[in-house]
Design a protein around this ligand. Structure first.
Ligand code: PGA
Length: 282
């Protein structure tokens, strides 16, 4: 997407300026983002190896603006944060966080704890958290508040199960997820959110949504955002696709006008594959 704007009151991921002699034109476009969700995989040693390979590949091979995010398990965050250091293009995410600030919540991790080890992003509402840990849209609304209040950026996941897709109810289903978790946010808060559309039937199954199915849902999501916050804001929000993204399908998915990158599970555990997916966003 490319819009020519008169001023530059937009977030950094959204503005490019080109100088034509005396005239500067600001191009408004969404910088692509590719996030690797390692889930509950890798030992600390394996994680260290994987993260340093990705950091080096990104340094050597990425010459265009793409944001890369690594989401290792909690126990690896500190070490991966140090490996990333001040590397250009790469930042760190957690896979979950508590909605509480502190206190008697055995086993939980707070926003403050994540910030202290260099985390910038938090994946919220992944379908595995919804399914296995019963996270509801309402609880996710609270987690979003905590993440945004703490100055981190959420990657908010949504997406329908197979039986809903078979009934062709996916638009209403995803719309409800957005309404119940996001629609209380102010415009300023919403600007910080990245959305990941992950049809559950495509996660870890090797079955990807077709480029057109992804585009159709992403356009629907953007339309919901426009209805709530206006078209300008909707044009700024990045919507990632997730679900069996691989090196051989990334490029055509990311080429769709409303697909602004990907949330990658299995293929992010192999540095070469992950790097080839990142290059699909260039
Ligand atoms: P997958 O996982 O790429 O292994 O399908 C995607 C995700 O769960 O974020």
């Amino acid at each position: 997407m490319l819009i020519v704007a008169k001023d530059r009151s937009f977030p950094a991921h959204f503005t490019k300026n080109l100088n034509f002699g005396t005239q500067t034109i600001f191009f408004r476009m969404r910088t692509k983002l590719v996030a690797g969700n390692w889930k509950m995989n890798t030992t600390p040693e394996e994680g260290q190896k994987l993260a340093s390979e990705v950091v080096n590949m990104v340094k050597d091979e990425l010459n265009r603006e793409v944001q890369v995010v690594l989401a290792p398990p909690f126990t690896h965050l500190h070490q991966v944060s140090r490996l990333i250091g001040d590397a250009k293009h790469i930042s760190l995410a957690a896979q979950n966080v508590s909605e509480h600030e502190k206190g008697a919540y055995t086993g939980e991790i707070s926003v403050g704890m994540l910030k202290a080890v260099g985390v910038k992003w938090v994946i919220l509402g992944h379908s595995e958290r919804r399914e296995f840990f019963k996270e509801s849209n309402q609880q996710l609304a609270k987690k979003l508040d905590a993440v945004l209040a703490g100055g981190l950026q959420p990657i908010f996941c949504c997406g329908e199960p197979l039986e809903i897709r078979e009934k062709e109810d996916q638009n209403g289903y995803v719309q409800r997820q957005l309404e119940e978790s996001l629609f209380h946010l102010s415009e300023e808060q919403m600007r910080k959110v990245v959305i990941a559309y992950e049809p559950i039937w495509a996660i870890g199954t090797g079955k990807t949504a077709s480029d057109d199915q992804a585009q159709e849902m992403h356009a629907h999501i953007r339309q919901q955002l426009a209805g709530k916050w206006g078209q300008n804001l909707a044009n700024e929000i990045r919507i990632l696709y997730g679900g069996s993204v691989k090196p051989d399908n990334a490029k055509s998915l990311f080429a769709k006008p409303d697909v602004d990158g990907g949330l990658v599970g299995g293929a992010s555990l192999k540095s070469r594959d992950f790097m080839d997916i990142i290059k699909g966003a260039v």
